[in-house]
Design a protein around this ligand. Structure first.
Ligand SMILES: C[S@@+](CC[C@H](N)C(=O)[O-])C[C@H]1O[C@@H](n2cnc3c(N)ncnc32)[C@H](O)[C@@H]1O
Length: 319
């Protein structure tokens, strides 16, 4: 299957990331290199593009897409949550820009055998990194009813989480739930009549999102990755994130705010005495949204929110 993924908000990414000739730029979510190909043109022959992905198929597709890139390219298989260790091992120095285009790619969703989609009947997998151990089938067949409810409610914001969790546990006692098709069936049986409106989102959408987030510890990686990027980046570096749901966007928003205004002194004090230093200047007061034209040609862009900040301390100075 060809690697298909249309990059989101490319012009906005280039404007906020502002890659300059000779820069070291880290694309933490390389995917099919849609953003990276454009960034490569901005940093030129003296520049270094470091591309990270936990999906080996994405790295293979990106290697082809970047074969004629006009800069030095370094592709790494790993979790961007470990960005500081990965950068240390590569030894290219502090990055001048870091991009996170969070979540799954269209390719991962469309490749039915990866088990991310509720639209096909395939093994219940959902691993972005196929070398990792934890699959969606493992969670669905071993987690307690309370843990399932918590995952489905917290990560899927699914109001019927309790009913779905209970039904999963009942059904798996008859036979393990090993396919996306059977899980969809269980969810449909658990959802009350009326929750399965023909014009609304698919009733399995939220539970599938929740399991995907849990299998890949997506929120943990976003937290560690963005914090690591802020610590590792050079003074003046730009950090740009695109998120697709409120849980990941909230993590970025709160981290940016905490690093822009770290002072913990009571407002009654005339001057700061806590000594915490501002590490970031946020340059998107509100999240930047895609244009209507973009959403028309790429519906996946609809929920995208871009945030950007400039590092105002040197690497590690804020620790
Ligand atoms: C939305 S896609 C990125 C698409 C890319 N910007 C492009 O234009 O082609 C997200 C990519 O990030 C990868 N990814 C998600 N979480 C990751 C993590 N914690 N560490 C490394 N890669 C991750 C996924 O495997 C996927 O390929």
């Amino acid at each position: 299957m060809d690697y298909r993924h249309r990059p989101v908000m490319v012009e906005e990414v280039m404007s906020y990331l502002a890659p300059a000739p000779g820069d070291v730029i880290v694309d933490c979510t390389l995917g099919g290199a849609g953003h990276s190909r454009v960034i490569a043109g901005g940093i030129g022959p003296e520049g270094v593009l470091i591309g990270i992905d936990r999906d080996r198929r994405a790295l293979e597709a990106a290697a082809v897409a970047l074969a004629d890139a006009p800069c030095r390219v370094c592709l790494v298989h790993g979790d961007y949550g470990d960005i500081e260790d990965l950068l240390r091992q590569l030894g290219h120095g502090a990055p001048d820009g870091v991009l996170f285009d969070l979540g799954v790619s269209s390719h991962q969703l469309d490749a039915a055998e990866r088990g991310f989609t509720y639209r096909e009947d395939t093994p219940l997998d959902m691993r972005m990194d196929q070398e990792s151990q934890l699959t969606a089938a493992h969670i669905v067949n071993t987690a307690s009813v309370r843990d399932l409810e918590r995952v489905i409610f917290d990560y899927g914001e699914e109001r019927w989480a309790r009913r779905i969790a209970r039904r999963i546990v009942q059904e798996r006692q008859k036979a393990p739930i090993l396919t996306t098709g059977r899980l969809v069936q269980v969810i449909l049986e658990a959802a009350p009549d009326g929750a399965t409106r023909r014009d609304g989102p698919h009733p399995a959408r939220r539970t599938f999102q929740a399991l995907r987030i849990a299998v890949n510890d997506e929120l943990g990686s976003v937290r560690r990755g963005t914090e690591g990027a802020v610590r590792a980046a050079a003074c003046g570096a730009r950090i740009v994130t695109i998120s697709y749901h409120s849980l990941e966007d909230r993590i970025v928003k709160e981290l940016f705010r905490a690093r822009e205004r770290p002072c913990s002194c009571p407002p009654s004090l005339p001057a700061c005495v806590c000594g915490r230093r501002k590490a970031l200047e946020v340059i998107t007061r509100k999240p930047v949204r895609p244009s209507e034209d973009e959403v028309r040609v790429n519906p996946r862009a609809r929920s995208a929110k871009l945030r950007a900040a400039i590092k105002v301390l040197g690497p590690g100075e804020d620790e």
